[in-house]
Design a protein around this ligand. Structure first.
Ligand code: ADP
Ligand code: ADP
Ligand code: MG
Length: 673
């Protein structure tokens, strides 16, 4: 068994990943003249990363556990394709020591740290022990070997609420529970254990003081085989939801040079303590001028581009050089910060519905204008691609640079404004609102930011109302005109339109049944007044509206004011964009009724996997009882009984993939007693 990195020039690189990061790695590798070998599953047959690769190999069914996570399959492809190196990207097998060892045993170069370093940092418990020995400041808590539940509960009490329990093997924000009071202890410990076991095969827990309103500040480190090390400064990743990053920036706002140096030195010390080689990130919590080691990620990080933007370095190229046994391209003294950079993660998810992941086809994508060195987009999908439930719901990363934070933010706002996606619900308008919050502009961020400003971040009711009116106008214009199909943005002045006004059996009044993506249903009565004039009966009262299509723009007027919007209707959904944001509005199916749903069957709130069933057919349940646990976006969601009853049928088994809206369970209502 060799544990050292094979020193040789890489000519054929297998990328054991998919999507945006696979493409990102190819970009740098191909520039270096390296032949890139990609992998793909069933779902990825036509994926962009396959098209961009020099060659691509099929590795199996869509679920990652049957393809991208199967060590033997990937090893076999690596050998058959004559790869001389493997880059794991992030996620998937990137922190899997067994995989790294197998690659090195097959005499290939591993573009990552030594196996021992992956092992040392793979366990949060072990890494905290190591860091303690190296005198690195830690979040106070218990990270010992006693895993007895009564003992852990006692440790929780000793630390004092709020407390965080974490799965030692956890990652991606998963396997964590905040405990606020005595009565939450048992359930939180059980849930973290379960998530740890199900997702990482290890139920060991550690307990930490839950620091309120801290910042997440992390240091990018790099080391070569000769033991040289540098830090490429910090990234602030405080803007998070569910303990997962949404916006990252470098340098950290309101952060002093002396703190930067101190944290950088400590991070480097941590890396040296485990004989690190390659790219790594040391994550800290930063609060009240103090910082505490949280964990080290032994891989390239999702948010590495912001560091590239401010240092002018290509971190993937650095990784390849180090994997070839070369020394680091620059010394600490040669590195400096130039300007400011921010990255926003565009996710297929619904911020108005607890950030639950969404899926669908990217029917329409309008990208922001990309400007070299200023506006960059890292993505693995293009218009027409499907966002499937199988993988991470991240659609793209938008990365911008400015001479200072103010300019950077203004470039970001601009780019976000231009970016439009229809077909899949995304967090784009949420991000637009987020970057407009005054506290964000000032740089007073913390990990509680999204929660604290939630009232400013959910869709504004007045904007919603405008969008609804626009959607109805578009529906009326397009529906009455056979010349205008859903995607072609027709011309209201076309002869078709005039003809449609003469439709003989057009009802004078009709009812439109619509719903917002969060399920809020609406019934709107529309009286036709003229070919492009209607009276809409909204909850707030009746209004008269006029509308026309100017090319792709819908122009509509009410209360004496004209408004502009871009409206796309497709597949039972209407997408409205204007300068205020975007809304997704559904046509309600005729047979859909909220009452029916409540009466009998319970539908899945999102796409995900069923990971635990708490009931069996025939069992009686009361309101609020947990029926099952679904997992989506690396988080568990308990599905609770909306009312008491007897379980009549259960549709899925543990391990099944469930689509949003699928019927999960049928409950027979019993008389309330
Ligand atoms: P970071 O600390 O860099 O944000 P996380 O701890 O959130 O990283 O873990 C990285 C996550 O990136 C993985 O858990 C996985 O869900 C996700 N991921 C892995 N591969 C890809 C990919 N090709 N495209 C998008 N996301 C990915
Ligand atoms: P993961 O491996 O899932 O990335 P981390 O330990 O890095 O787990 O924690 C993820 C996020 O959870 C952090 O960025 C931070 O926002 C929050 N967090 C972790 N530990 C604490 C803590 N002790 N107090 C407050 N927040 C914490
Ligand atoms: Mg982390």
């Amino acid at each position: 068994m060799s544990t050292s990195i094979n020193r040789k020039t890489i000519t054929r690189l297998l990328i054991a990943n998919r999507g945006e990061i696979a493409i990102r790695i190819m970009q740098s590798a191909q520039k270096l003249g390296i032949h890139c070998i990609a992998l793909y599953s069933d779902a990825d047959r036509n994926a962009l990363h396959v098209k961009k690769a020099d060659e691509a190999w099929f590795i199996g069914p869509s679920p990652a556990k049957d393809s991208y996570l199967v060590v033997e399959k990937i090893l076999e492809v690596a050998k058959k394709s004559n790869a001389d190196a493997v880059h794991p990207g992030y996620g998937f097998l990137s922190e899997n020591a067994e995989f790294a060892q197998a690659i090195m045993d097959a005499s290939m170069a591993w573009v990552g740290p030594p196996v021992a370093a992956i092992q040392a940092m793979g366990s949060k418990i072990e890494s905290k022990k190591l860091m303690e020995a190296a005198n690195v400041p830690l979040v106070p808590g218990y990270h010992g070997d006693n895993q007895d539940e009564a003992f852990l509960s006692e440790e929780v009490r000793k630390i004092g609420f709020p407390v965080l329990v974490k799965a030692s093997a956890g990652g991606g924000g998963k396997g964590m529970r905040v405990i606020e009071s005595e009565d939450e202890i048992a359930a939180a410990i059980a849930a973290s254990k379960r998530e740890g076991l199900n997702s990482f095969g290890d139920d060991k827990l550690l307990v930490e003081k839950y620091i309120t309103r801290p910042r997440h500040v992390e240091i990018q480190v790099f080391m070569d085989e000769m033991g040289n090390g540098v830090y490429l400064f910090e990234r602030d990743c405080s803007i998070q939801r569910r303990h997962q990053k949404v916006i990252e920036e470098a340098p950290a706002p309101q952060f002093s040079q002396s703190m930067r140096e101190k944290m950088g030195e400590v991070a480097l010390l941590s890396a040296k303590a485990i004989n690190y080689v390659g790219a790594g990130t040391v994550e800290f919590l930063y609060a009240n001028g103090e910082f505490y080691f949280m964990e080290m990620n032994t891989r390239l990080q999702v948010e590495h581009p912001v560091t590239e933007m401010i240092t002018g370095q290509d971190l993937v190229a650095w990784q390849i050089k180090v994997a070839q046994g070369e020394s680091l391209p620059l010394t600490q003294a040669q590195l400096s910060i130039n300007g400011h950079s921010m990255e926003v993660r565009i996710y297929a998810e619904d911020p108005d519905n607890q950030f639950l992941p969404t899926t669908g086809r990217l029917d329409f994508v309008q990208l922001p204008e990309l400007i070299d060195g200023k506006v960059r987009l890292d993505t693995g999908v293009v218009q027409g691609d499907e966002v499937s439930p199988f993988y991470d719901p991240m659609i793209a990363k938008l990365i911008v640079w400015g001479e200072d934070r103010r300019q950077c933010l203004s470039t970001l706002k601009n780019a976000l404004q231009q970016y439009q996606i229809a077909g899949v619900t995304t967090n784009l308008s949420f991000l637009r609102r987020l970057v407009n919050v005054a506290a964000f502009k000032e740089g007073t961020v913390s990990t509680a930011f999204i929660e604290e400003f939630s009232s400013q971040l959910t869709t504004d009711n007045q904007v919603k109302q405008h969008h609804l009116i626009a959607a109805v106008c578009q529906h009326m214009l397009v529906r009455v005109s056979p010349g205008i199909n859903s995607n072609a943005q027709g011309d209201a002045n076309s002869p078709w339109h005039n003809m449609s006004a003469l439709r003989l059996n057009a009802p004078a009044r009709e009812t439109l049944r619509l719903a917002y993506s969060n399920g809020d249903a609406l019934e709107i009565q529309v009286d036709s007044l003229a070919s492009n004039e209607w009276c809409l009966h909204l909850e707030s009262g009746a209004i008269n509206v006029k509308a026309r299509l100017e090319g792709q723009q819908l122009q509509y007027e009410f209360s004496g004011q004209w408004h502009n919007a871009r409206v796309i209707n497709h597949d039972q959904r209407i997408w409205v964009y204007d300068s205020q944001g975007e809304s997704e509005i559904h046509y309600q199916q005729n047979n859909f009724s909220q009452d029916e749903e409540m009466g009998g069957s319970l539908k899945a709130p999102m796409n995900g996997t069923l990971i635990q069933l708490d009931v069996t057919v025939g069992q009686s349940v009361s309101t609020g009882d947990s029926l099952m646990i679904m997992e989506a976006m690396k988080m568990e969601h308990a599905i609770k009984a909306p009312h008491g009853g007897v379980v009549k049928s259960i549709t899925f088994a543990v391990g099944d993939l469930v689509g949003g809206g699928d019927i999960l369970i049928e409950l027979e209502e019993v008389d309330a007693s």
